[in-house]
Ligand binder design. Structure first.
Ligand SMILES: Nc1ncnc2c1ncn2[C@@H]1O[C@H](COP(=O)(O)OP(=O)(O)OP(=O)(O)O)[C@@H](O)[C@H]1O
Ligand SMILES: [Mg+2]
Length: 244
């Protein structure tokens, strides 16, 4: 069972859009995928038409006593299941603070043979939850809008992980890119040197991604030939190669 997180300290950079689209691509490729919505905003749960509610409560889940049959929900996509958001994520954070570093991964131990890939959609913060994420996952996928401030948050993340001796690979990728903008082109040109582990596929700023909220589905389901759907398919292929 591989575990990846869509993570950034910065909000609104495409973590949720990327979680849903990459999870759908992986399921489409035949993997058994679990998407875990860790953000109380519950956008991932919304996109996949599932109520943001942990049956039995967060407490049981964190203690490892949840009944996964009830907590995990099917989605409209074959091979893709969802662990929905909890309305009370502060509770999740407080409870994780008292647990071991990679407790999130341990929570999933009873079902680890049921999935090939677990994708975490994370809230934009640095918290007990995020520290637990860093120690639980195989890599962080960090969506990055090609602007100076976005690069700065990536550097802040690097510093935080170095300061805390957490060896978690970071695989940034560019999203919401607009090649017509000089600044975007300049920032993208500087990336290869600074972040050699970045994924080279770029996700364009595209109205199809914004439509996900109306369609409540990954882009490939309603705009399969759009630039955004093709970009997410390419990003998944690159990721898949790196994982194997
Ligand atoms: N490639 C894209 N093209 C156009 N719009 C996009 C793209 N990716 C994301 N968006 C839009 O940008 C907004 C933020 O995206 P998203 O919710 O995925 O970001 P996020 O990082 O998960 O945000 P948060 O930090 O609040 O959880 C949404 O309205 C979404 O529709
Ligand atoms: Mg989000």
């Amino acid at each position: 069972m591989r575990m990846l997180a869509l993570y950034s300290i910065k909000g609104g950079v495409g973590k949720t859009a990327s979680s849903v689209n990459l999870a759908a691509e992986a399921a489409r490729a035949g993997l058994r995928v679990l998407l875990w919505d860790l953000d109380p905003q519950a956008a991932t749960s919304f996109y996949l038409r599932v109520k943001p509610r942990i049956r039995g409560g967060v407490g049981k889940l964190v203690k490892g006593k949840a009944s996964f049959d009830k907590v995990i929900r099917a989605t409209q996509i074959d091979g893709l299941e969802l662990l929905p958001a909890a309305q009370v994520s502060r509770e999740m954070d407080a409870r994780l603070a008292k647990r071991g570093a990679s407790h999130l991964r341990q929570i999933l131990t009873p079902i680890r043979d049921d999935y090939d890939l677990v994708i975490l959609d994370c809230p934009p913060s640095l918290s007990h939850l995020s520290e637990n994420i860093f120690s639980s996952v195989d890599a962080l996928l960090v969506p990055m809008v090609p602007t100076v401030l976005s690069l700065r948050t990536l550097e802040q993340l690097d510093d935080f992980l170095d300061d805390h001796d957490i060896a978690c690979p970071r695989w940034p990728f560019v999203t919401l890119a607009d090649r017509r903008r000089t600044l975007h082109r300049e920032v993208m040109a500087a990336l290869p040197e600074r972040w050699p582990l970045r994924l080279s596929t770029t996700i364009p700023a595209a109205s199809a991604v914004e439509r996900m909220g109306l369609e409540r589905a990954p882009v490939r389901d309603f705009a399969p030939r759009s630039a955004a759907a093709r970009a997410y398919a390419a990003l998944w292929r690159e990721l898949d190669q790196r994982l194997n």
